[in-house]
Design a protein around this ligand. Structure first.
Ligand code: AKG
Length: 246
């Protein structure tokens, strides 16, 4: 991150990095996601939650080595650490597809668990949305309110209609291979797809290590998959953290 990017992250709450994935990485990732959607059928996403009208997948850290280069990408981790310090955990590693001519506008929300705002240690959430298709206004690119992390308020306590567009929102467009990384306390919302093509992305949610993560906000790895990880990836996934009952 250079100075300009650091200033933008602090003031606006987000950065977009172009072309972080190569066409062959995108192709491999999409092939694996489509395979998983076919295998998991109507249970897809259930380890986290099922969202009507869209296709989701969850616990992807356990579903392919290829996801390691995404959730542990150094350029993204640098931003996440700039948001909330070095002690971070990848809580959710998900896919989300807004299929053609479908999806509803999501309510504006933050990705900090339970509407948590900045505390004495600062911010506690950050998210990376990896674009695997082009993201456009028409196909459901994310709505985002720049600078809303500075308000220290959850949109549900402020906005009269969480489902309406916000006067200050911008739509985060980009190409397949780009990644949109943001302070998870920023207000944002998924949008419907009005086109004939899919809008597929990977969503990686990071939380500060001291934020309790219930079972559906953690990655659950089989022994064989866990054994392949580096020490840094084990820490990032919090595999050795005590389970938390919430
Ligand atoms: O897919 C998107 O555009 C945003 C999704 C999102 O905000 C979420 O799943 O919490």
């Amino acid at each position: 991150m250079n100075n300009r990017q650091r200033k933008q992250l602090d003031a606006q709450g987000y950065l977009i990095f172009k072309n972080l994935l190569s066409p062959s990485q995108i192709e491999t990732l999409l092939a694996r996601l489509e395979e998983l959607w076919a295998l998991e059928g109507d249970k897809a996403g259930e380890e986290n939650y099922i969202e009507p009208g869209v296709r989701r997948l969850a616990n992807l850290a356990n579903k392919g080595d290829i996801f390691r280069e995404v959730y542990a990408h150094p350029q993204v981790l640098e931003v996440v650490e700039a948001v909330m310090g070095p002690d971070i955990r990848a809580s959710m590693v998900n896919a989300r597809d807004v299929p053609p001519h479908t999806g509803v506008r999501m309510p504006f929300h933050m990705d900090s668990d339970k509407g948590r705002v900045r505390d004495e240690k600062g911010y506690s959430a950050a998210t990376a949305i990896w674009m695997l298709d082009e993201f456009t206004v028409e196909n459901g690119a994310t709505a985002f309110v720049p600078g809303s992390h500075l308000l220290d308020k959850s949109p549900k306590h402020v906005l009269a209609d969480l489902n309406a567009s916000h006067p200050d929102e911008i739509i985060i467009e980009g190409q397949a291979g780009d990644v949109f990384v943001f302070n998870g306390h920023c207000w944002h919302a998924g949008r419907p797809n009005q086109t004939n093509s899919h809008r597929r992305g990977l969503l990686v949610h990071y939380l500060r290590a001291d934020v309790p993560r219930p079972e559906n906000r953690r990655q659950h790895l089989d022994a064989e998959n866990a054994a392949a990880l580096s020490a840094q990836e084990r820490i990032l996934l919090g595999l050795d953290d005590e389970p938390v009952k919430i």
